[in-house]
Design a protein around this ligand. Structure first.
Ligand code: NAP
Length: 283
């Protein structure tokens, strides 16, 4: 049994399997989620539940945050019962959410004022990788703190890599998700074009997945298209957020611009469905 006490905030599609991995690895985990119904899944896996983020930080050593966006981070850290209200110091807070580099720099400074430590550590991979500890984790922050928590990060991912100072993990993640958007839109457009010209989806995907351009993404999302299963593993609304953040950081290349417009236009109809539901908007 590992003696580091873990806190986990954010029990969405990613948070539940990731926190579950740490329980399986033998850590004691205390969890908090804004809407209480989602906490029961983790309780059943053996987690304790905290009533507020501040209480959770006081009771644990290393706290992970896996929530939607900058707004959620502002509330989890700066809210009335937020992390920054905790009467404690020397804690490590690891923000794994995909958010802006700007908010990471701000929260790193505010944690330092409270004599605690911050790392931004967003992840590449989705629910399947979260369930098997196969995520790719990109970290911004101080090397000494990163080295301290690396063994825990390695329970969540197959690679945990420090890429720079505060916010650098977020920048790397926005770059990667720009490519993700291009993959999703590209795959969807390819299927639509083939269908319009008489090729069955399953036949096309069989070809793609056996060809050099096939990859884990085309396999997983191809199966989703064939099965007509658009339940969110990675919600389409999140890629709109990420492309918007990349835009704020200055991305202005032709494909990134087009992808942002395509996904933004699809958000009203398909935002809660999976990213690959972009195919429905393109049809
Ligand atoms: P999700 O299923 O939509 O869950 C979002 C979580 O954030 C929920 O726990 C939600 O609480 C919480 N939250 C949202 N707004 C909040 C607020 N204002 N205050 C407090 N809590 C708030 O999202 P997810 O798919 O797990 O993704 C989480 C993060 O990881 C996002 O930044 C996403 O871009 C990133 N990510 C996702 C994937 C993926 O494949 N899903 C992959 C890589 C990275 P409630 O339950 O109360 O709503």
């Amino acid at each position: 049994m590992n003696t580091t006490k873990i806190g986990w905030i954010g029990l969405g599609n990613m948070g539940i399997p990731m926190a579950g991995q740490l329980i399986t690895a033998g850590y004691s985990v205390t969890a908090y989620n804004r809407s209480k119904a989602k906490e029961s899944a983790l309780k059943e896996m053996g987690a304790e539940i905290a009533l507020t983020p501040a209480e959770l930080l006081e009771e644990t050593d290393v706290v992970f945050v896996m929530v939607s966006d900058d707004q959620a981070i502002s509330e989890i850290f700066g809210g009335e019962e937020g992390l920054l209200q905790a009467k404690t110091s020397d804690k490590i807070i690891i923000n794994m959410s995909t958010v802006s580099p700007k908010i990471s720099k701000e929260m790193a400074g505010r944690c330092r004022d409270k004599e605690s430590f911050y790392l931004d550590a967003p992840v590449s991979g989705s629910v399947k990788q979260a369930e098997t500890g196969q995520l790719v984790i990109m970290v911004g922050g101080e090397e000494e703190i990163f080295e301290k928590v690396k063994p825990i990060l390695e329970k969540l991912g197959k690679l945990a890599m420090l890429v720079g100072s505060y916010g650098a993990g977020n920048t790397a993640k926005l770059a990667i998700n720009s490519l993700l958007a291009l993959y999703a839109q590209g795959l969807a457009e390819t299927v639509v074009f083939a269908n319009q010209n008489g090729i069955e989806t399953a036949d096309l995907l069989n070809l793609i997945n056996n060809a050099a351009i096939g990859n884990i993404f085309t396999k997983i999302k191809g199966d989703a298209i064939i099965g007509d299963n658009y339940k969110a593993a990675f919600a389409l609304k999140h890629i709109v957020k990420d492309l918007g953040l990349a835009k704020d950081e200055g991305i202005s290349s032709p494909l990134a611009k087009t992808a942002y417009e395509t996904f933004k236009n699809a958000e009203a109809g398909y935002g809660e469905e999976d990213i690959i539901a972009i195919i429905k908007a393109l049809k």
